[in-house]
Design a protein around this ligand. Structure first.
Ligand SMILES: Nc1nc2c(ncn2[C@@H]2O[C@H](COP(=O)(O)OP(=O)(O)OP(=O)(O)O)[C@@H](O)[C@H]2O)c(=O)[nH]1
Ligand SMILES: [Mg+2]
Length: 281
């Protein structure tokens, strides 16, 4: 697979993160609660190994709450500290701050015992693109200190932002050079972590619609008026027709509908959906 989704600035960011780690007390890793497996970067995890870490399952308002509970149990059973969060509504922020304090408590107490004066907890916020790192930082600092937008690749450099007793280091979203599972690639593209021009939106939309027909047949039936069990039909075409996405001559405008479908999926308009479940071993 091409490495076009691993541009130079991501490689540079990973190098800069490595250098900055000495200065930070804690890493908050953001992932997308709808895809908690595909949205964790193995290169980043390798880099931050050994540092106190809090995993934030962000955009929890878009994910299936029952599945999010399974993920939280899964991470807990693996010894990871994880919290669900909606950074826009600022839910769970208190828990994030409390966890940050607890995870750095030992270090703070050691520093105080050595007679050092109080200093803010320094936190690196890192993760793949578009998982809401900057939005979370803005929520924690109660101001729009970091730029955010509904597309990947918005933050372009590391920058410190003060938030009361915390100092937060915003970082550009980083992917990794070889995303070898096609399903992961698709999940990343469907949720908006990979730029839309890098993969075929039609393929992503078609396969994701098929996947959602298996996972959430009622939600799909309600919104797109298609009958999920009808296996032989091209569901994307059927849904495009039902929506009135037609070209002259009456052919379905698949291109246009694929964009509409992905937009609705990303904005949570289909309903609360989770594309990944923890693997039962
Ligand atoms: N529904 C929902 N949307 C969110 C949440 N957090 C962030 N967003 C939205 O997700 C989009 C991306 O947010 P950013 O904060 O820019 O994401 P980022 O991780 O900083 O992205 P990069 O800087 O590109 O890596 C924006 O449109 C946010 O409004 C959340 O908890 N729930
Ligand atoms: Mg950002």
């Amino acid at each position: 697979m091409a490495t076009s989704w691993f541009p130079g600035h991501m490689a540079r960011t990973l190098r800069e993160i490595k250098e900055m780690l000495k200065q930070v007390d804690l890493v908050i890793e953001t992932c997308d609660a709808r895809i908690p497996s595909a949205s964790r970067n193995p290169e980043l995890l390798r880099l931050i190994r050994g540092k106190p870490c809090l995993l934030v399952l962000n955009k929890e308002d878009l994910a299936d709450p029952a599945v999010t509970r399974l993920w939280l149990e899964h991470f807990k059973s693996q010894g990871f500290e994880a919290l669900p969060c909606n950074s826009i509504r600022r839910s769970s922020l208190k828990q994030v701050v409390l966890s940050a304090r607890r995870l750095t408590q030992e270090k703070t107490e050691r520093a105080l015992a050595k007679g050092r004066i109080f200093r803010p907890i320094r936190i690196l916020v890192a993760g793949i693109p578009n998982t809401g790192k900057s939005t979370l930082i803005n929520a924690l600092s109660a101001r729009k200190a970091a730029p955010t937008a509904d597309k990947p690749g918005v933050t372009r450099q590391l920058s410190w932002i003060k938030a009361g007793p915390l100092e937060l280091l915003d970082s550009p979203g980083v992917l990794w050079p070889r995303i070898d599972s096609q399903v992961r690639q698709r999940h990343l593209a469907a949720t908006g972590a990979i730029k839309d021009n890098l993969l075929s939106s039609e393929d992503i939309a078609r396969q994701t619609l098929d996947e959602l027909c298996q996972l959430y047949p009622d939600l799909i039936r309600q919104r797109y008026l298609i009958d999920p069990p009808e296996d032989r039909l091209d569901r994307l075409e059927q849904a495009a027709r039902n929506r009135g996405c037609l070209m002259s001559g009456g052919r379905a405008d698949i291109d246009r509908f694929a964009a509409v479908f992905l937009d609705e999926l990303r904005g949570g308009r289909i309903g609360r959906i989770s594309l990944e479940r923890p693997q039962v071993t």
